[in-house]
Ligand binder design. Structure first.
Ligand SMILES: NC(=O)c1ccc[n+]([C@@H]2O[C@H](COP(=O)([O-])OP(=O)(O)OC[C@H]3O[C@@H](n4cnc5c(N)ncnc54)[C@H](OP(=O)(O)O)[C@@H]3O)[C@@H](O)[C@H]2O)c1
Length: 359
């Protein structure tokens, strides 16, 4: 584990012009703490974490560490943690790492404390995030897509469970580019792009499963071995791919297979899904026996989910392009039922039956 001074000395060497940047991580949960642990290693960055009091106490007691499947590990203690956003006024760049439904309630405070020239990098999954923020904030808004999963292994320790490069919207902001160079230097690769829409659309293709996992109420591994679940996922993906095609967007692939082949893979009988595509299936099925999607976690915690930025975005875009989205529509309805707790959601087989009846 690289810790404290040694990592700071190493990373600080490529700092430019002796400038020290203050970076705010707003919504320090899994993604924010993981990324923040890397940034704390750099002596040219003053990293401020903004989040809940419970997280402040957790990090004060245990320190903050980021570990990963490729054995990198970074430790930081103490961390500067704030449960109010007042100190945002000092920040030169902000990484927004709250979940999507928390963005709107936070806007008033962002507007109050952020200097208007400060770039804000929104790291949420989903579609429409950048547009929503730009409508209300005077600040330059950039998007970044996190392709890997971060889980909390124990108090203060955030673990990257899968691989992949962060995809980051290209910009001219010196502070933003400095942050990107720190991640790259510390071997958390960031790829910049001028086509962030393609990156967002590609990530959505995979995130369409979050809702299905929450509805099925079984671990991801078990869910992927269920033929009905895979069939519904394949159909949900096809609805999105048809929209992308009509919108003339080529979604970035995040797996070894071309996007267009994912529905085909999912439609295979389970025995073939397991055997023939051993490499990809092995990767998929190597997941923790008990792992669920973050949407399942949100439902269990009785929190609002990101459904309207995921499957809900497919439905919205379908209306825009006049393309049918019956599967994603049904998935949104079931998640809404789960969120409100007012009605039982349909089961996976009932959803499939309804889709077949309607087609
Ligand atoms: N985790 C992953 O593996 C992963 C991977 C790729 C992308 N993403 C995306 O990254 C985003 C963040 O996900 P995450 O898993 O890091 O979420 P998370 O663990 O829930 O972290 C967000 C944190 O922000 C806090 N927060 C919300 N509103 C706040 C406010 N007004 N003031 C202070 N703190 C506030 C939340 O507290 P409360 O919970 O108490 O509200 C939570 O601690 C999501 O859009 C997700 O889709 C996540």
């Amino acid at each position: 584990m690289l810790s404290g001074q040694q990592a700071q000395d190493d990373a600080g060497q490529y700092s430019t012009a002796g400038q020290r940047y203050c970076i705010g991580i707003v919504g320090a949960g899994s993604v924010g703490c993981y990324l923040g642990a890397y940034l704390c290693q750099d002596s040219a960055l003053d990293v401020k974490f903004f989040g809940r009091e419970t997280m402040a106490l957790e990090l004060a007691a245990n320190g903050l560490s980021a570990t990963s499947c490729d054995h990198q590990a970074y430790f930081a203690q103490p961390v500067a943690f704030y449960s109010s956003l007042n100190s945002l006024i000092e920040c030169d760049v902000v990484l927004l790492t709250v979940k999507a439904p928390a963005l709107v309630p936070m806007l008033t405070q962002l507007k109050r404390f952020l200097r208007p020239e400060v770039p804000v990098v929104a790291m949420q999954n989903g579609i429409g995030i950048g547009e929503m923020l730009t409508q209300d904030l005077a600040n330059p808004v950039l998007r970044a897509i996190v392709p890997f999963n971060v889980v909390k292994n124990r108090a203060g320790q955030f673990h990257r469970a899968t691989a992949g490069n962060i995809v980051w919207q290209q910009s001219q902001h010196t502070a933003v580019n400095y942050v990107i160079s720190v991640f790259n230097h510390l071997q958390l690769p960031v790829q910049t792009t001028t086509d962030i829409t393609a990156a967002e659309y590609g990530k959505l293709l995979l995130n369409l499963n979050n809702a299905l996992n929450a509805i099925s109420n079984v671990p991801l591994k078990q869910q992927l071995l269920d033929t009905d679940c895979r069939l519904l996922l394949a159909m949900a993906m096809q609805e999105w791919l048809a929209i992308c095609s009509k919108a003339k967007i080529r979604p970035v692939p995040y797996t070894r297979l071309p996007n267009a082949m994912l529905p085909w893979l999912l439609r295979l009988p389970t025995i073939l899904f397991r055997r023939l595509f051993h490499h990809m299936a092995a990767k998929m099925l190597a997941m923790d026996e008990q792992a669920h999607s973050s949407m399942w976690d949100d439902i269990q915690a009785k929190k609002r989910t990101e459904i309207m930025f995921l499957n809900g975005a497919v439905v919205r875009m379908g209306q825009l392009y006049q393309l049918p989205t019956p599967v994603n529509t049904l998935l949104v309805e079931q998640i809404k039922r789960l969120e409100s707790g007012e009605a039982e959601p349909l089961s996976i087989s009932e959803i499939l039956q309804q889709v077949k009846l309607e087609s």
